[in-house]
Every structure is written in structure tokens, then in C-alpha cells.
Design a protein around this ligand. Structure first.
Ligand code: NDP
Length: 309
């Protein structure tokens, strides 16, 4: 019998109990899954970083912590977590991110706001350039960045992708490392942030990097709020250098009601909904990892504690 502790926010149990049970059964596992156990009895923890469980010390027999979120910045540095930590790569989450990013890119590319908010009797006949004349840069070329790059390339946007390590990706200008960051920004009319939050990426979008963008560029942040220096962002928008910022993630979430971002005419706030882990598809990922753990196979999507993602 495999004992599985479900240690996400209590609201999630109702969503996950049925699909996880189904996926674990389909993986041929004999298990007992609950929201409470004696810690020493637990074999695997299905986890979300906003769980009440923060001290892993008593889970002496736990073989792995399986995160339901893609982002691990709130758990990767936990010194009590000594067992392997896997993050979530879920097809449903990836497709959701592709749809959100593509939608917001198309909004800015086509200048849709001028028609949606401009129903004032004026015949605005300005034609948007074709996608092939609108360079897009994606910072973060992992699971989500690459999927978005593929979708945008299929729409014929010229895509530049920036990552920590060098890559070769068909149809994409691939740049890497700090030395090539500004080069990746200098022709970008639309920039999409899909970086994890680590010690190295915190504040990566600062005054200097914003100044490297061409005038009128649009910034779309679906990564994490602290990737951006907020004061630098506001200054750049107010100086009319940056055209618009669409922000899904923030230093403090929920974004406080009095926060300047809510009222800024050149900022669009979305409430961390760019994409979510989908219970049905992610349950299969969790079940596969437990099956692997039981079979002595390498776990999928392990987090590198050194790089922090
Ligand atoms: P991955 O780990 O697959 O990819 C991360 C990418 O960032 C990699 O290309 C990596 O480079 C790059 N990177 C990391 N550190 C650096 C650095 N110092 N310099 C340059 N590039 C760097 O992550 P995912 O694509 O799965 O997810 C990305 C992030 O998206 C998550 O961490 C999370 O914060 C956010 N997210 C937001 C959601 C939302 O709803 N808003 C939903 C899901 C995720 P390399 O390829 O060389 O390793």
C-alpha cells in the first residue's frame, strides 16, 4: 500500500480527489490517499507551496514531493525538504499558457483596444502590420516559453527566445546568458516573460533593460511579479518609452486594491490566471511519477536545487 498525502490548499482536494484517484488506479497503483496521515507513514506528498505543510522534517519515509505548480520559488529553498522535489509540467497548463499569451500578443499586435474602446463615430482605418513584421521576444525558453514560441512562429511572428543555457530551436533566434539579454530586447516590439523566479532572475527587467527596448514596445509578464522592478516599469511607461504592460503576476497577490497598477492607463492587470494546473491532465503526471518512484525509475520534472527551478 502506497500512502499519499494530499497537502495542497484544502479547496483543491474537492477538485483533485476524483481525477487523482482515477489516474492512480489507471497506473495500477495500490494506494491510500488522504489529507492527513502520521508523517512517518507518508510515501509521497502531492503538494502546493501555499499548503499549511512547510516543515518536512517529520516525513522521514517520504520518497518525493510532487508539486502541483510549475513555479517552485516558494519551496525550493526549504531546508527541511531533503527528498526529491518534482515540479508540474502539465499539457493542460501549457496549452492554457499558449492561449493566454497568444491572445494578449494578438490584442497588442492588432491594436484591438482602439476599436473596442473607440466606438465614438470616428472611422479609424489604420492597418496593423503583418505578424511577420512584428518581432517578439520570449524571456524563458522552457516548457511554456517554447510552446508559446512555436504558436507565435506558426502565426509568422519573428521570435527570439532567451534562456540561461544555449539552445538550437528551429525557426527561432535563440540567445542565452546575461551577455545576450539586451541584444534579445533591442528589436522586440512585444516581450513575453516566462522565466522562473530565482536569485538570478529577480529584477531582471530593470531600468537598463527597459531602456534597451524600442519605443512603444509592449511587455507581457506571465512569469512572476518580482522579475520586474516595478518602479522602473512605471517610470518607463510614464516616460512614454514603453507602450503598455500586461501583467498577470505581482510581488503581492492578490494585488492590493489600492495598488497603482489597477488604475494605470497603460497597464492591464489579470489576476494570475494566465494558466492553471488542470486536475485531469496533471493527475496523470502525478500518477506517472509515483509509478516511476515505485518501479525504481527516474522521476520526471525534478527541480534542480542549485539553479532553483
Ligand atoms: P521551465 O523551467 O521549463 O523554463 C524556464 C526557462 O527560463 C528556461 O528556458 C531557463 O533556461 C530559463 N531561465 C531560468 N533562469 C534563467 C536565467 N538566469 N537567465 C536566462 N534564462 C533563465 O519553466 P516553465 O516554462 O514550465 O515555467 C516558467 C515559469 O512560468 C514558472 O516558473 C512560473 O513562474 C511561471 N508560470 C506562470 C503561470 C501563470 O499562470 N502566470 C502558470 C505556470 C507557470 P534553460 O532553458 O537554459 O534552463
Amino acid at each position: 500500500m502506497i500512502n499519499i498525502l494530499f497537502a495542497a490548499h484544502p479547496d483543491r482536494w474537492d477538485e483533485y480527489q476524483a481525477p487523482l484517484t482515477k489516474a492512480l488506479n489507471e497506473a495500477g497503483l495500490i494506494f491510500d490517499m488522504r489529507t492527513e496521515f502520521s508523517p512517518e507513514q507518508v510515501d509521497y506528498i502531492v503538494y502546493a507551496p501555499n499548503s499549511a505543510l512547510q516543515d518536512f522534517t517529520p516525513y522521514t519515509n517520504c520518497r518525493a514531493v510532487l508539486n502541483l505548480w510549475a513555479g517552485v520559488e516558494n519551496i525550493v529553498g526549504n531546508q527541511t525538504l531533503r527528498m526529491p522535489l518534482a515540479r508540474m509540467i502539465d499539457r493542460g497548463m501549457t496549452r492554457g499558457m499558449v492561449e493566454w499569451v497568444t491572445g494578449h500578443v494578438m490584442r497588442h499586435h492588432l491594436g484591438m483596444d482602439s476599436h473596442i474602446f473607440g466606438q465614438d463615430g470616428q472611422w479609424r482605418s489604420e492597418i496593423a502590420p503583418l505578424a511577420c513584421d512584428r518581432p517578439v521576444t520570449i524571456l524563458g525558453m522552457g516548457t511554456l516559453g517554447q510552446a508559446c514560441a512555436e504558436a507565435l512562429t506558426n502565426l509568422e511572428f519573428p521570435v527570439t527566445g532567451w534562456s540561461r543555457t544555449p539552445k538550437s530551436l528551429p525557426g527561432i533566434t535563440a540567445l542565452s546568458g546575461e551577455a545576450q539579454l539586451e541584444k534579445s530586447l533591442e528589436s522586440a516590439q512585444i516581450v513575453i516573460l516566462l522565466l522562473p523566479l530565482t536569485a538570478e532572475t529577480q529584477g531582471v527587467i530593470n531600468t537598463q533593460r527597459l531602456a534597451a527596448l524600442p519605443k512603444g514596445a509592449v511587455l507581457i509578464n506571465a512569469g512572476r511579479g518580482p522579475l520586474i522592478d516595478d518602479a522602473a516599469l512605471l517610470a518607463c511607461l510614464d516616460a512614454d518609452h514603453l507602450g503598455h504592460a500586461t501583467l498577470d503576476v505581482f510581488d503581492i497577490e492578490p494585488l492590493p486594491v489600492e495598488h497603482v497598477f489597477w488604475h494605470h492607463p497603460k497597464i492591464t492587470v489579470t489576476p494570475h490566471i494566465a494558466s492553471a494546473t488542470r486536475p485531469t491532465s496533471s493527475s496523470k503526471v502525478i500518477a506517472e511519477n509515483i509509478r516511476r518512484g515505485e518501479a525504481g525509475e527516474a522521476l520526471l520534472h525534478l527541480v534542480d536545487r542549485h539553479t532553483g527551478y
